[in-house]
Design a protein around this ligand. Structure first.
Ligand SMILES: [Zn+2]
Length: 308
């Protein structure tokens, strides 16, 4: 484990961005070695007691559902009203209980353009999730219509509907007698990523702070801060970790992603100081060269003070 992580851990009590969440430092034997596989006939994977995920082909996205007594909470609402209605129908095959609460993990359209179809549910998000969506929602709609023709028609009827219950940095919600914790751990994939922890099932939903089976998206990222944010997340892992896209992971998956994020920041710093030229920097990145340009340039922009 890199030295930086140890120093974060030793200063955790004083500086944790999420004092409201009990830090979990269980012994190694409580860490699962394999991810549970328990699929029911409705196509949902039960990753913990009444905590489900469904993996959609579009963007290889993971959607989460937490079921309590008499109600359910949904984590992210997909990319369009049509996709949201499909999700609602899929949830209806999973539980008879109504979805009374939604969590938007961040303001990217594929995580919340389905919000409006879940009303009158309460929609939770970081306060910048709301403000950014209000500021850039129409821009996102136009961009999606142009780049994803399959969604263009569906987005004509889209009502951009941001979270109405915001928080910073953390809050606790109750879902039919179950406690669910929401926390912003710092900038990373965006400036408003929140994680969702279900303590009684030891499940952590990471949003797009973690993506599996593909290079994470850096277009709105803060690559210099992403490693520390995932470092805090790692401290909260006590079971399966559900990324925003791709396969469900575990602690080792988070550690691998953290090593990659550390490498991105380190390479960018070496390029910024002139220790590496651009070709050498691209070759030293943890991703393939064509996927490394955006992360590197975004990190450079941060080093130049252009993103603050
Ligand atoms: Zn995203």
């Amino acid at each position: 484990m890199p030295r930086r992580r140890r120093s974060l851990a030793t200063s955790a009590e004083a500086t944790s961005p999420v004092r409201g969440i009990a830090r979990r430092r269980g012994p190694p034997e409580v860490r699962p070695r394999t991810i549970p596989r328990m699929r029911d006939e409705a196509g949902w994977l039960e990753v913990g007691d009444r905590v489900y995920t469904r993996r959609y082909r579009f963007y290889d996205q993971q959607i989460g559902v937490v079921v309590g007594d008499g109600e359910a909470l949904v984590i992210d609402t997909r990319s369009s009203p049509g996709q949201a209605r499909e999700l609602i129908a899929d949830i209806g095959r999973l539980t008879p209980f109504p979805v009374r609460q939604v969590v938007d993990t961040h303001w990217h359209y594929d995580h919340l353009f389905g919000n409006h179809d879940f009303r009158p549910a309460t929609i939770w998000g970081h306060e910048r999730c709301r403000s950014r969506l209000l500021e850039n929602g129409e821009r996102q709609r136009a961009w999606v219509a142009e780049t994803e023709p399959a969604l263009a028609a569906a987005l004509e009827s889209l009502v951009i509907d941001p979270p109405d219950r915001t928080f910073d940095p953390a809050t606790t919600v109750e879902v039919g007698g179950r406690r669910v914790e929401l926390a912003y751990l710092g900038r990373g994939h965006t400036d408003a990523d929140v994680i969702v922890v279900v303590p009684d099932a030891a499940i952590l939903f990471a949003g797009d702070l973690l993506e599996n089976d593909a290079v994470p998206y850096f277009g709105d990222a803060y690559p210099l801060e992403w490693p520390a944010t995932v470092g805090w997340l790692l401290d909260l892992v006590s079971g399966p970790v559900v990324p925003g896209h791709g396969s469900i992971g575990d602690r080792a998956f988070v550690e691998r992603q953290l090593a990659d994020f550390d490498a991105v920041a380190a390479v960018a710093r070496r390029l910024h100081t002139g220790e590496l030229d651009r070709a050498a920097a691209l070759a030293a990145m943890p991703y393939d060269p064509s996927s490394s340009i955006e992360p590197l340039d975004r990190a450079l922009a941060q080093l130049r003070g252009e993103l603050d």
